[in-house]
Design a protein around this ligand. Structure first.
Ligand code: ATP
Ligand code: LTN
Length: 332
């Protein structure tokens, strides 16, 4: 608890241009939760180097993600926004937690298996211990709730296990966090391969970016892969149309039933256009705000620096407690 409020922590990797999946699964929920909870939103640059990044691009994207958090409505006066590598305690706690995490547990992580397949020439140790750094992010701030997309559920489970194990050995040290995964938008699928999660590091037309221009957004939706059939109806096995209905619902606020009624007797083509236009309309104000924020580097630097200070202050408290409990001698 901070000032009587429960704590939220979440993060996104600056590993590409953010997608509407990142928006629906994360950012949108962060904005609606930020006033009720003490919130910390991180740009997890240390996680992103588990896959090789171009240094200049990583630097640019870190600023872009920061500006996008602001543009989506994260208020720096109420929430702490910061860059992971600016707070050394993340790496410090990750090392400690590495020693309380089992090789077998990490071997079961599906994200590790997926990313190892995608990056078969670079299956580095960081990719393997990725969930431990994520556990450190969350546990450092004694977070109660972690709003993420469905793909992160397994990482939350291992975080809870690590916290429970540490608490069991050394007495209550960490808050055991709960995941917050919204039913709507928790898993947006690729438009070109609707059986796969939309992912920011996937190039191509399957991923719609928050910053795509209007025509690109509409074109991507027009080309979205759909199943055989013509009815706009949620149905088991119809991944393509189910995904489009889910996206439309997330961005329009309409329920599944309202959407099915609205498009009764109308074809896939018409529906795809409607979804594209609805998403493009919803993203317009975000893009406008993004352009304003990204053009003021001085202001971004100021916010980045103050966010890191706020986070570092909280993180230090946990690190000191952990070092004391495990028997590290305090520097005399
Ligand atoms: P990468 O392609 O680099 O792995 P990513 O698009 O999967 O990136 P992350 O940075 O790993 O994005 O995730 C940031 C947040 O967005 C997480 O909370 C994650 O669960 C959520 N998220 C990512 N993709 C989706 C999606 N398709 N649907 C819903 N939520 C998503
Ligand atoms: N692993 C997450 C990003 C992430 C995160 C976190 C999310 C890193 N640290 C802490 C929530 C809390 C991902 O790949 N989407």
């Amino acid at each position: 608890m901070i000032n009587g409020k429960k704590i939220i922590f979440s993060g996104i990797q600056p590993s590409g241009n953010l997608t509407i999946g990142n928006y629906a699964g994360s950012l949108k929920n962060w904005v609606s939760l930020q006033n009720e909870y003490k919130s910390l939103f991180c740009i997890v640059d240390m996680h992103s180097i588990t896959v090789r990044q171009n240094p200049a691009e990583l630097r640019r994207r870190t600023y872009e993600v920061f500006a996008l958090y602001l543009a989506c409505g994260i208020n720096p006066d109420v929430s702490t926004i910061f860059v992971q590598s600016h707070v050394p305690a993340h790496a410090e706690l990750a090392w400690v937690l590495d020693c309380y995490t089992m090789f077998g547990e990490l071997s079961r992580m599906t994200q590790f298996k997926d990313k190892s397949e995608k990056n078969s020439q670079n299956i580095n140790a960081g990719l393997f211990t990725y969930p431990v750094l994520m556990a450190a992010d969350i546990l450092l701030y004694q977070a109660d709730l972690v709003p993420v997309g469905e793909d992160q559920k397994q990482h939350l489970e291992i975080t809870r296990d690590i916290a429970g194990r540490f608490n069991g050995i050394y007495s209550e040290t960490f808050t055991v966090p709960e995941p917050f995964i919204s039913k709507l938008g928790g898993k947006i699928m690729s438009l070109s391969e609707p059986d796969k999660k939309m992912s920011k590091s996937d190039m191509g037309d399957g991923s719609v970016r928050i910053l795509d221009d209007r025509d690109t957004i509409i074109r991507k939706f027009r080309r979205a892969v759909t199943d055989s059939g013509s009815e706009i109806k949620v149905e088991e096995g119809k991944d393509g149309i189910n995904n489009l209905i889910m996206i439309y619902s997330t961005f329009s606020g309409k329920t599944k039933d309202e959407i099915e009624k609205e498009f009764e007797g109308r074809g896939y083509g018409e529906f795809k256009m409607a979804v594209g236009e609805c998403v493009a309309d919803a993203l317009e104000p975000i893009k406008a705000k993004f352009n304003t924020y990204i053009s003021d580097k001085t202001q971004l630097d100021k916010l980045m620096s103050s966010g890191a200070d706020q986070a570092a202050y909280l993180a230090r408290k946990t690190i000191s407690k952990v070092y004391r409990k495990i028997g590290f001698v305090q520097k005399p």
